[in-house]
Design a protein around this ligand. Structure first.
Ligand SMILES: Nc1ncnc2c1ncn2[C@@H]1O[C@H](COP(=O)(O)OP(=O)(O)OP(=O)(O)O)[C@@H](O)[C@H]1O
Ligand SMILES: [Mg+2]
Length: 363
């Protein structure tokens, strides 16, 4: 018995309506959206499977959402038809015996966003209307992907604004009070020194503590501030940090920036900033140094940043409880680089980080 084509067309319209409802329900999670679309379509048409693949930045595809009935092929068995759709950017139908598959590109302004594939191992024959339905669904999926991306961007923007707000509040509030407390403690320590007050030692400890806290606070403010690619150069970041360290610690810093430095990505700038912050923190907490040299230079195929102090030094072979040095090493390695520390008791300390950068010619 054949089904009235008008009823089938109405059923297809119903599917498109349901999918539109899923898409406008607006989720920022594109995979969740694709799963819901796939499930809706499969359930309404009793297809064996509905799979939605999305294009990746590296040019490949990944399965973002799928609804698969029992006894259907695993997604790997569809590689061939999917690859053909991608290569030609055209819909494709394959049918033989009881088996049929339809795969359609999901496009936006000519660029390929993904592929939707559906099919069945069963008695339903593929018809022209199935291809038309899949092509219309592909258009809806393209809108869905853009809506989800927009939603995601809005969430990120809201989070960034909130972080910037917290950073501003710390900067204008606690950091200012901490600074004032610091100055006040320092003058108390000076008076106590003059009067040979027994409180002298304690006040000096408090001064150290307050300086450390202020330095930590500066690094929280930096962590919370959005990193805008291209806004800061690594040289300006290092200059700002060393200036800040010098004014908080009172330890003179010699800054040595050499050569033409390449533009670094925001994540490499952030990584180097945090390594420098931890290294300067160590100088303040442990070194008892009277001078620090911070050097930044473009080297063969990489950028080199070092922090050298003339303090008491330590034995790098001796295990310690801290995480600072190992964090610095991990951060450097995450950027594809290295971190080395050299020190000896009584002979100061030097930490060197090297990060490979494509823009710097290898010698
Ligand atoms: N510049 C330095 N001068 C002297 N000693 C240092 C210096 N840098 C590190 N050290 C020694 O190495 C140890 C390990 O440093 P690390 O940064 O790993 O830990 P930490 O500073 O003790 O704690 P945190 O986890 O807060 O960084 C320090 O405790 C200190 O004894
Ligand atoms: Mg440390």
């Amino acid at each position: 018995m054949s089904i009235d084509p008008v009823l089938l067309a109405i059923h297809d319209q119903g599917t498109l309506f349901e999918v539109t409802r899923v898409i406008v329900s607006a989720t920022a999670d594109v995979d969740e959206l694709m799963r819901r679309v796939a499930r809706t379509v499969r359930e309404r048409h009793q297809y064996g499977f509905v799979l939605i693949y999305l294009s990746q930045p590296d040019g490949g595809l990944r399965l973002a959402g799928g609804a698969i009935g029992s006894g259907e092929p695993n997604p790997g068995a569809l590689d061939d038809i999917i690859n053909r759709v991608v290569a030609r950017s055209q819909s494709r139908v394959e049918a033989g015996g009881r088996l049929w598959r339809v795969a359609v590109p999901v496009r936006d302004d000519g660029s390929l966003l993904g592929v939707i594939a559906l099919g069945l191992d069963g008695p339903v024959r593929v018809r022209g209307r199935t291809v038309m339905l899949a092509e219309t669904l592909a258009g809806q999926i393209a809108v869905g992907i853009q809506t989800a991306n927009l939603h995601q961007r809005q969430i990120e923007l809201a989070a960034q604004l909130e972080r910037a707000r917290i950073a501003r509040e710390i900067h204008d509030g606690i950091a200012q009070s901490m600074h004032a407390l610091n100055l006040e403690l320092e003058s108390c320590a000076i008076v106590a020194e003059r009067d040979d007050d027994p409180l002298r030692g304690r006040l000096q400890n408090l001064v150290g503590l307050a300086r450390n806290t202020l330095l930590d606070m500066r690094s929280y403010i930096y962590d919370l501030s959005p990193i805008v690619p291209g806004e800061e150069t690594i040289a300006s970041l290092v200059e700002m940090q060393t200036r800040e360290f010098q004014s908080i610690s009172g330890i003179p810093v010699r800054l040595d920036i050499q050569g033409e430095l390449p533009e670094l990505s925001a994540s490499v700038c952030a990584g180097l900033h945090r390594i420098l912050q931890a290294a300067l923190g160590n100088v303040l907490r442990h070194a008892v140094a009277s001078e620090v040299i911070v050097a930044l230079a473009a080297e063969s195929g990489s950028v080199r940043l070092s922090v050298k102090d003339n303090g008491i030094g330590f034995d790098p072979e001796r295990p310690t409880l801290g995480y600072g040095l190992s964090n610095m090493r991990h951060r450097a390695e995450d950027m594809g680089g290295t971190f080395e520390v050299s020190s000896a008791i009584g002979a100061g300390t030097e930490g060197v980080v090297r990060v490979p950068v494509p823009g710097v010619p290898a010698r």
